[in-house]
Design a protein around this ligand. Structure first.
Ligand SMILES: Nc1ncnc2c1ncn2[C@@H]1O[C@H](COP(=O)(O)OP(=O)(O)O)[C@@H](O)[C@H]1O
Ligand SMILES: [Mg+2]
Length: 250
């Protein structure tokens, strides 16, 4: 489902990812851990094609990420969902409208979409908020809306960037049950977190630790743990990287 070989990524002179390699089979659950600034979000953005892949090779859901055309980005995102760290929900629209959006885009008849949306809202304890505007919700509720919107399409691959970050422990554990349930139905999951309770809530999951852009640890054999030296990476001039804040797609 996901293969990354020697993936590196720079923002100007700063290498946020350095020679990252790993692979993930269909139906597996991977935790991406590591301190703030380690490169977790950058890796997820590359896998979602919201940053261009410039160095290394990566394949996601059968798509080679290098030189991916706009049309293929759209096709990739029919199968891959993401929960961004900053939610990216439409605050002036209702909870139900936000969650229905990906189904509308896919042309699903409204009657079927409504049923699907209601089921997902129930599973996340949001059914009473369905008709509230997102701007009226707490941060934790907005986070759950972002998760609902990501899972409503039954993606093959779910990428989640610190999805329990704003939540208290009980709610975080409840959300992990939702992720686990999706995983049981066959969805491949990559979840970035630095919360140990969250990692331990899925026994048997793969774990990949990033520190300063390197893979420093993994609980399985496959990743290539060679530690790349920054000096092996080409020099880049400030502002000349593949994405200097603005270059990436959302
Ligand atoms: N758009 C950007 N422009 C410049 N530097 C960035 C950008 N995004 C991330 N970085 C830098 O890349 C490194 C990795 O960031 P990030 O992937 O967000 O780490 P994490 O998600 O593990 O906290 C950090 O040093 C961060 O400051
Ligand atoms: Mg991050």
């Amino acid at each position: 489902m996901v293969q990354a070989r020697h993936v590196s990524h720079n923002f100007g002179t700063h290498w946020a990812l350095k020679n990252v390699s790993f692979s993930l089979n269909k139906g597996e659950f991977l935790f991406l851990s590591g301190p703030s600034g380690a490169g977790k979000t950058t890796l997820l953005r590359l896998l979602y094609a919201s940053l261009p892949l410039v160095r290394g090779q990566a394949e996601v859901a059968g798509f080679q990420l290098k030189d991916l055309s706009g049309r293929h980005v759209v096709q990739l995102r029919r199968q891959v969902s993401v929960v961004f760290q900053d939610f990216k929900i439409l605050k002036d629209r209702t909870v139900a409208a936000n969650v229905a959006l990906p189904l509308e885009v896919r042309g699903m008849p409204a009657r079927i979409a409504t049923k699907r949306v209601n089921a997902v809202l129930r599973s996340l304890g949001l059914e009473k908020k369905a008709l509230c505007r997102c701007s009226e919700l707490s941060g934790g509720e907005q986070q759950r809306v972002a998760i609902a919107r990501a899972i409503v399409i039954n993606p093959q691959l779910l990428l989640a960037d610190e999805p329990t970050g704003n939540l208290d422990r009980d709610l975080a554990m409840h959300l992990m049950e939702v992720f686990k349930q999706f995983h049981t139905f066959g969805t491949t999951v990559i979840l970035a977190t630095h919360n140990r309770d969250v990692v331990e809530s899925v026994p048997g999951a793969k774990r990949l630790e990033l520190v300063d852009g390197h893979v420093t640890n993994a609980n399985w054999q496959a990743p290539d743990l060679e530690i790349a030296q920054t000096s092996e990476l080409p020099n880049s001039r400030p502002g000349c990287g593949p994405d200097s804040h603005k270059g990436g797609r959302q």
